[in-house]
Structure formats: structure tokens, C-alpha cells
Design a protein around this ligand. Structure first.
Ligand code: SF4
Length: 322
């Protein structure tokens, strides 16, 4: 019989006396189950008293990575994969800032908007030539492009034109191509999503604040003090289900307390988890920007504080929405 152990990447979040959430941070699997079931398996595993062949529930938990074969070195596998990926030239990931123009004026924006640009013909050709040269050198099998800005959808015509040429090159050379867009969603309606999907954009990352008040302070519409929150949220609701959505929220001391409420709002609108996911990160200022109100610096978490509040968020959010 195979010896089994508990994955060292399991996190148990107690929901009540009877049930818990079990999360594996290595593979991102999350399930809700009865406490007794999980802890009975933990005890059985320590005694070598489980059988993968005859116990279907345990087999499922093993397949999901909550229990692993005893001789697996999970941390070692992560380190090996990390090193392998560093020297793997199979794939090319590009982030293309198609324009530095934007329809918002976020207080923490680090994009230099002094001389506005859209993609020039010269840059267009340089990007295509760079991909071709990279393919000649490394015979890549995968190409992934992130369209960003400024606000990339301001220049959607160039995204589509450039994508079409890249897609043609990729299909001729058997390269898997995929893309995503990082956007503030001001212009992201259903038609735009459909146009993006035609050029293989497979998900959208939307930056947002968790409430209208915070949005009007941090991310006002350009040349106004008004918030675009309701329009952004409406756009998210309209396109949810059409394309996977990742909400990027820069966590700070100002918005942290509102995030769980925002997750509940998404849940009430039947959006959370199945259609919309979070990608949280700490608010940081990559370089100090001339239009920045330096008061914002006091709102930034240091890395220790951030790791603590992130854990608090994950726990309370998971409990409230489960
Ligand atoms: S959405 Fe905000 S952070 Fe992004 S480019 Fe526009 S102003 Fe800058």
C-alpha cells in the first residue's frame, strides 16, 4: 500500500463546528467539507490506514492534491519548476503598452502622460520583427501578449490590427497564441469584448476600487472629480460570463476594509468566483510621479503588513461568501 501524507500547502479555514474550507496554496484548489471527514483522514494517514484503491472520497482528495504520496518533495518540485522556467525559451510573454493615453486620472498612476503616443508604424514593425527574430532564435511554441497602457482600449484598432498580423505569423509557424487586456473597463462593452475575442483575447483584467467614494478619490474620470465606478461595475455585469474577468485591486490602508463588502456585492450579483476573480496586490508607487499627492505614501502597506492583511482578507472573505 502507498504511504500518503498531508500536503504541506494545505490551509484549513474553520467555518463552524461542523465544516471547514480546505485550501491548497500549491494548486489553488479550494473545497468545503465536514471537519470530521478531513481530520479523520489526517489521523488515518498518520497511521498508514487509508487505501486509495477502495476509498473514493480519499482518492478525490488525493487527486486534488490535499494528500500526496509520502516520498513527494513538494517544496523541491516548486524549486525545480522555478529553475526550469527561468531557462526555458519555449514561450515568449510580451506586455505591450499600446498607448499612454487614458480616460481616468488615478492618483497613483505612474504612466508618464506628458507626451501622449499611440502605436507608430515604426513601433508596429519593430514589434512584428522582434517576434519573428525571437522565433528564429528560439523556435518558441507559445506566445502570450498582454495589451496594456495607459488605457489600451483607447487604441483598440491598433490592438486588432497588430493581433491579426501576429496571429497569422503564429498559425503559419505552429505557435500557440493567446492574449489578455489590462483595462479600466470604461470602454469595455459587449461588442468590444466580442471584437477582442476574435483576436484571441482570452481574459480581461480590470482595475477598480471597491466603492464609489474611494473610486472618485483614487480614480477620477480625467479632468473631473467624478467616479466611474457605477459605469465600470455595470460593464463588468454585462460582460460577465462572456469572458473570464480578473479584478485587479491595489490594496492600501484606505480601501482594505471595503474589500470584503465588495466581494459580497459580487456574490449577491452572482458574479463572484464563477465569473469574476480577484487579483489583489499591494498598492505601490513604482517611481515617484510629479502629479502624485505624497500623502498617499502613508496608505501603503509594507510587505509584512500586507501579508498579514491579505491573509485576513482571504479568511473573512472565504467565510462570508461560502
Ligand atoms: S487607469 Fe489609472 S493607473 Fe491605469 S493608466 Fe489610467 S490613470 Fe493610469
Amino acid at each position: 500500500m502507498n504511504r500518503i501524507k498531508v500536503s504541506q500547502y494545505n490551509f484549513v479555514i474553520n467555518l463552524n463546528e461542523d465544516s471547514l474550507l480546505l485550501y491548497n496554496s500549491r494548486n489553488n484548489n479550494l473545497i468545503k467539507l465536514e471537519r470530521d471527514i478531513y481530520f479523520n483522514y489526517v489521523i488515518k494517514v498518520s497511521k498508514g490506514d487509508v487505501n486509495l484503491k477502495t476509498d473514493d472520497d480519499f482518492k478525490k482528495l488525493h487527486e486534488l492534491g490535499f494528500f500526496v504520496n509520502y516520498n513527494r518533495d513538494e517544496r523541491g518540485e516548486i524549486l525545480i519548476n522555478f529553475e526550469k522556467n527561468k531557462y526555458c525559451f519555449d514561450s515568449l510573454n510580451l506586455t505591450i503598452a499600446i498607448t499612454n493615453e487614458c480616460n481616468l486620472n488615478c492618483v497613483f498612476c505612474y504612466v508618464n502622460k506628458e507626451n501622449t503616443y499611440k502605436l507608430s508604424l515604426k513601433n508596429y514593425k519593430n514589434i512584428i520583427n522582434f517576434i519573428k527574430r525571437y522565433y528564429d532564435d528560439y523556435k518558441i511554441k507559445n506566445l502570450f501578449i498582454t495589451w496594456s497602457g495607459g488605457e489600451p482600449l483607447i487604441d483598440i484598432d491598433n490592438i486588432i490590427k497588430l493581433s491579426q498580423e501576429v496571429i497569422k505569423f503564429c498559425s503559419k509557424n505552429n505557435i500557440c497564441y493567446e492574449a489578455n487586456v489590462v483595462t479600466n473597463a470604461v470602454l469595455l462593452d459587449k461588442e468590444t469584448v466580442k471584437s477582442l475575442q476574435k483576436v484571441k483575447v482570452s481574459n480581461v483584467q480590470i482595475s477598480i476600487e471597491p466603492t464609489e467614494i474611494l473610486d472618485s478619490v483614487s480614480r477620477p474620470i480625467k479632468n473631473t472629480n467624478e467616479s466611474n465606478f457605477n459605469n465600470t461595475y455595470e460593464n463588468i455585469k454585462n460582460i460577465a460570463g462572456l469572458i473570464p474577468i480578473v479584478l485587479r485591486i491595489a490594496l492600501s490602508k484606505k480601501n482594505f476594509n471595503q474589500i470584503v463588502g465588495f466581494a459580497e456585492k459580487l456574490k449577491n450579483d452572482n458574479l463572484f468566483f464563477n465569473k469574476v476573480n480577484f487579483a489583489l496586490g499591494p498598492l505601490h508607487i513604482p517611481y515617484l510621479n510629479s502629479q502624485l499627492d505624497y500623502g498617499i505614501l502613508k496608505d501603503i502597506f509594507d510587505s509584512r503588513e500586507y501579508s498579514k492583511v491579505y491573509l485576513i482578507f482571504m479568511r473573512s472573505c472565504l467565510i462570508k461568501i461560502s
